[in-house]
Design a protein around this ligand. Structure first.
Ligand code: ADE
Length: 240
């Protein structure tokens, strides 16, 4: 029997959205194997009136509806003290990166709060010391797809989820660089040749080519990452 390595709990108004895409591929296989677990709670079950009201108009006016702090607090109280961070998915949060994903994968699990409408009353977010995470500078109609993206990124790092052949040592962001481009057979496709060095069988040369390409592509595609990379290299040099 597999012992679960990571337990996710999701608070949502749309529990039927889960596991959704997480039922397929690596995430789905490892979910079936019990490497990780996924529980959903319907926020509406924690409404206290007979109409099961979960939201109200924004104080100060404005469009949309805001999830009520008492309802969200009741849902969080029901979850109890399961270990791991409480994460609120919001475009106002810190933008997710691979370091945050690695940190989350070190935890025994996480509780995700998915907002809808205009968001969640900030008092409950602050009072329960939630991490606020955004998956990028664009607006989704709710936090659910964002929670799925965080879970997907975390789950693939759990021990036993990815085989050796899918190793994640050199891939984009693990080294601070974008990954080099990849090629497969046929070596000539529609008259276009794959880089000759890759078929040379010369491991050292291949590794050098890949690193040089990773650097060139990062410099050309993502100046922000490139500058960060240079800075890290510089810091490591002065520390030596
Ligand atoms: N909810 C709506 N948009 C979002 C985003 N970009 N990231 C996380 N949660 C969200």
């Amino acid at each position: 029997m597999t012992v679960s390595q990571w337990d996710a709990t999701v608070l949502t108004l749309f529990p039927q959205m889960f596991p959704g895409p997480l039922a397929s591929s690596l995430a789905g296989k490892s979910l079936n194997q019990g490497v990780w677990t996924l529980k959903t709670l319907d926020i509406r079950d924690f409404a206290s009136d007979k109409h099961r009201t979960v939201d109200d108009t924004p104080l100060g006016g404005g469009v949309g509806m805001v999830l009520k702090p008492d309802v969200v607090a009741a849902a969080l109280a029901h979850v109890g003290d399961v270990p791991g961070p409480r994460i609120y998915l919001t475009p106002r949060g810190r933008v997710l990166d691979q370091q945050t994903v690695r940190d989350l994968a070190e935890q025994p699990g996480a509780v995700f709060l998915c907002g809808r409408y205009e968001g969640v009353d900030q008092r409950v977010i602050d009072e329960t010391d939630m991490m606020e995470i955004s998956i990028g500078d664009y607006i989704l109609s709710g936090g659910e797809p964002a929670a799925m993206i965080v879970m997907d990124a975390v789950v693939r790092l759990l021990p036993g989820v990815m085989g050796k052949e899918e190793g994640h040592r050199d891939e984009s962001f693990e080294t601070g660089l974008l990954e080099h481009a990849q090629y497969t057979q046929p070596r000539v496709w529609q008259g276009i040749e794959a880089p000759a060095v890759l078929a040379s069988g010369h491991h050292q040369k291949i590794a050098e080519w890949r690193l040089a390409e990773a650097k060139r592509e990062t410099r050309e595609r993502r100046v922000d990452l490139w500058e960060q990379y240079l800075q890290t290299q510089q810091t490591q040099k002065t520390e030596k």
